[in-house]
Every structure is written in C-alpha cells, then in structure tokens.
Design a protein around this ligand. Sequence first.
Ligand SMILES: [Zn+2]
Length: 244
Amino acid sequence: MFNLSTNDQHYARYPSVLIDTFTLYKQISRQYADQNILNSIRQLVPDKILKLNSDALLKPLFQWFKNDFMSWMPKDPKCRICNIPLDIQLINGNSWKLRKTEVHTCGICGSKLIFPRYGEILRIAKIRTGRCSEWSILFGGILNALSFQTRIIHDYLDHCWNESMMDSNWLHLDSTLDYPISFNHPHFYEQNWGKMYEYVLAFSANSLEDVTQTYTEHWDIVQKRRRRKDKKNIEDFKTIYSTL
Ligand SMILES: [Zn+2]
C-alpha cells in the first residue's frame, strides 16, 4: 500500500467532480450496509408489497416507487402561478451530505422552489423528489432493505441507476424508467438515448468496477473512444476510490 493524495501530480488530471462523485458513492455504499438506515427505509414500502415473495415484488415495487412515492424534479422547472421558466441560483454544499442547493426563483411573482441535493438516504426519503441520482440512491437503499444486494451505477454522461445481485449476476435496474424497461434492459440507453459511453462505473463499499461492457453493444468503439479521448485509467480510479 502507498499513501495517495488526490492532489498528487499523477492524479491531477482527474477533475474534482470525479473525486466528489467517488466520495458520494462510497458514502452511499456505506449507508447501504447500515442496518439502522435499512430498517427505516423498509418501513416506507407498503405492506402489500413487503408480503410478496422476491420473484413477485419487483414489478409492484418499481410501480409504487415511480408512480406513487417519488416525484421528478425537472432541470428547468416553471412557475406554477405564472407558467414561465424560473431563474436558477446554485449554492454549493459543504460535503457529500448536502452537495448543493438549487434555488429557482420566478422573475415575475418572486415565488421560490428550493431543491437540496442530498447524499443521505433518509433525507432523500423525506423530500421524495429528485433526479436520477436521488432516485437511484434511494431505490438502491430500498432494494438493500429488501435483501437484494444492490449497488449504484454512474455512466459519467448524465445518468445513474442501480444493479442488484440476482442468481449470481449483477442485473440492471432503473427506477426512473417504466417497468419492464426498468429491469434488466442494459442496452436501453445506447439504443434509445444514443449514449456514447467511455466509462460506466459500479460502486460498492469496498470496490469500484468498470461495467461498461454490460451496457454497450459496441465495446470496440468504446475502447477506441477511450484511447482517443483521454488518459484516464481504471486502475487509477480503483486506487483513488480505495483511499476515500
Ligand atoms: Zn411566478
């Protein structure tokens, strides 16, 4: 082992956003192993879903979470009174617990919409709103609370989702999509959203894994893109993650 400073010259090419997300996902993974947090989260799930066996509960769980429990926070919300786009102000948070706060203000009536971007699962469960990161952080917690070993996945483009260990395989789950596309459709993003991946990473408590091949049908093109575009290195990612 050697001591790594993330300011080390060797790692200087890695932007702080990468370190910040690695820190967040490490903390998420720790929360996924915290029995007190999982017990609290389990209580959110309706009894009629908890009663089902593990084969039968995924579909109603996805549907409850997306349609009844969570709401989506648009990137460009409108004023509910004036129906015009709001002006956004970003306030930096001070740790992974509160990454930043978005304050959206109406230029006509002055009404405000405040959206804190939390990293603590129980806080997200309280405000029940967010974008793909909040949805996947919380949904991963719920799955872990229901004894599905689950991790968080980020594509480093603009999306994140989950994977759960089922029948000895990590399977794709995305609570923001409609069932059944939300379950085990790893090529959905590339086929429908035209994703041009470089790195899709999976985060567990003790490890970071390159799972890009799961999500692409064009692995050769992804590898060429990596070689052409950057000097990033998956071994560096793993080392940085291990020090956080
Ligand atoms: Zn207004």
